[in-house]
Write a protein that binds this ligand. Structure first.
Ligand SMILES: Cc1cc2nc3c(=O)[nH]c(=O)nc-3n(C[C@H](O)[C@H](O)[C@H](O)COP(=O)(O)O)c2cc1C
Ligand code: SF4
Length: 492
């Protein structure tokens, strides 16, 4: 992953934890009711893909155990990982593109209800994404993938050459010449691998996204409702289809790109279709970017306008993330696919402990506060979730007290210690295992390996309740914790 050049090392530390009475009277542990959203506390576990589904996208016992483990810590809400809305193979990512996925998802709902004693609400993040391929070996790119055009022939003075000779000549060119001879897109496909964009309207299935997606999202939302979820989070963030429609880089010429009004059209159409299908009493929110953190992308001003439009349309919730784009992703190795969390925008999404003078904690709070302020200035009360490096009680409480957010998301901190919520609320904050923001978990995610946390995945492997990865080397969920039993937290 990209790191800020300053390379300043940060250690996570918390100066003070509240007693039980203070925690219970806090904003963080106070209820929030807004339209179909009803939370017992303002704590939130944002979506995290743990790579535990089957290759066909079905729920596994490991998925159920993963969410039950978060639920035992009793956060106000958990968002189930990004789950695909289409009925197409997509590797070990959960899917909700057909009725056959409902029974498995319903088991997670049931497990979360049981494990949290009904405290934690469960939402599901639903996603659409476009095709991406691995970076090809250059010889294969020139022999098979590149479509030879007059541009190539003219650059080589090779109008009359047989195509095979043109391909061979191109393959022999040095990099600086290739940058001139190939179009920017062709060079990108060589260097990064082929990746569809929402602007590829010459491809029929991309041109028709605005017609197809509202129905696909609406059908997925209905299935989520049937499975028993409390609501859905539309994934409008990071590097995926809906975020790409919202992005300032979207230049589609069919009325769904260009101006912000046009870029908002599909996200609003999707929301309206989902609402019509799932009803007013089902919580429908979305996650989008408070700042895309890429050149030419949406900044916080556009994000404020997007927030006003989405909240104004009737969303029950706005969750804000940051960065995580393909546009500045690092070059993958040959045979691997580009990954949207490897460049600067990726760092902004999941900031690590080696950072710049700002540091990794609360990096998205100022932008989230600005988006929330725009929503409030428009007279809308829609709750806003802020996340990114949040780990301390005072830190979270200060954000809420200052009106910078309404709900605090703890993603990696909840992975490091799923009992954070129960511990802090019960006055046992000193027993919290603090996330070190090393991004070991993120490294596993990038390799599509079972995600665990380095602070607990090698402890007490032989405990009777420990379930392990296929190679037997890591436990799949954090060891159990009971109040007054802080040793077991550290040793299993
Ligand atoms: C392993 C892993 C998987 C993630 N998967 C998702 C995802 O499916 N959807 C999403 O919106 N964000 C995803 N994220 C981003 C987190 O939700 C969160 O925005 C980010 O980690 C920053 O918050 P934090 O500092 O509290 O971890 C993932 C993060 C991690 C570490
Ligand atoms: S591996 Fe654990 S400690 Fe490291 S960033 Fe992930 S959750 Fe935090």
């Amino acid at each position: 992953m990209w790191k800020p050049p300053e390379k300043i090392r940060y250690e996570t530390a918390v100066a003070r934890w509240p007693g039980a009475a203070e925690a219970s009277g806090s904003l963080l542990f106070s209820r929030l009711d807004h339209k179909a959203l009803s939370l017992e506390s303002r704590t939130w576990v944002p979506a995290m893909v743990p790579w535990r589904a089957t290759d066909e996208g079905f729920v596994t016992p490991a998925n159920i155990e993963w969410y039950a483990r978060f639920a035992r810590g009793r956060p106000g809400a958990i968002v189930l990982e990004a789950t695909g809305i289409r009925d197409v193979p997509s590797g070990p990512l959960l899917r909700i593109g057909h009725e056959r996925f409902i029974p498995g998802l319903a088991k997670i709902v049931e497990a979360v209800r049981d494990a949290s004693g009904g405290t934690s609400r469960l939402y599901i993040q639903i996603i659409d994404f476009l095709n991406i391929r691995r970076r090809p070996p250059p010889e294969k790119f020139f022999q098979r993938f590149l479509r030879i055009t007059d541009r190539h022939r003219d650059a080589l003075g090779a109008r009359e050459w047989p195509e095979a000779d043109v391909r061979a000549a191109l393959a022999a060119l040095p990099d600086e010449r290739l940058r001139e001879v190939l179009t920017a897109r062709e060079y990108d496909e060589l260097a990064q691998g082929f990746r569809e964009r929402v602007t590829d309207t010459h491809l029929g299935h991309i041109a028709e996204l605005p017609e197809v997606l509202p129905g696909l999202f609406a059908a997925a939302a209905l299935r989520a409702r049937e499975a028993g979820f409390d609501g859905i989070e539309l994934h409008y963030a990071h590097a995926y289809t809906m975020a790409s429609f919202l992005s300032a880089t979207n230049t589609r010429g069919d009325g769904y790109g260009g101006s912000l009004e046009n870029r908002l059209k599909l996200p609003l159409d999707v929301y309206k279709a989902v609402r019509a299908a799932a009803g007013e009493d089902f919580a429908i929110g979305c996650r989008f970017l408070a700042d895309e953190c890429i050149e030419g992308g949406n900044g916080v001003n556009e994000a404020g306008q997007i927030g006003v439009a989405l909240a104004g349309a009737g969303m029950d919730l706005i969750s804000l993330s940051r960065g995580g784009k393909f546009d500045d992703a690092k070059q993958p190795k040959v045979g691997e696919a580009a990954y949207p969390y490897t460049g600067r925008s990726g760092y902004e999404c999941m900031p690590g402990h080696i950072s710049d003078s700002f540091g990794p904690f609360g990096r998205n709070i100022a932008a989230s506060a600005a988006v929330r302020a725009a929503i409030r200035a428009a007279g809308l009360a829609t709750p806003v979730v802020a996340a990114g490096g949040m780990h301390g009680f005072d830190q979270a409480e200060a954000v809420l007290a200052a009106g910078k957010a309404d709900i605090i998301g703890f993603a990696r901190q909840a992975l490091a210690d799923p009992d954070w919520f129960a511990k802090v609320q019960g006055g046992n904050g000193a027993a919290v295992r603090l996330c070190e923001y090393t991004n070991y978990c993120e490294g596993l995610d990038q390799k599509h390996k079972t995600v665990t946390c380095q602070l607990w995945d090698r402890t007490a492997l032989d405990a009777p309740d420990a379930t392990l990865t296929a190679d037997g080397k890591r436990r799949l969920v954090a060891p159990a914790w009971k109040p007054g039993n802080d040793r077991s937290d550290k040793t299993g």
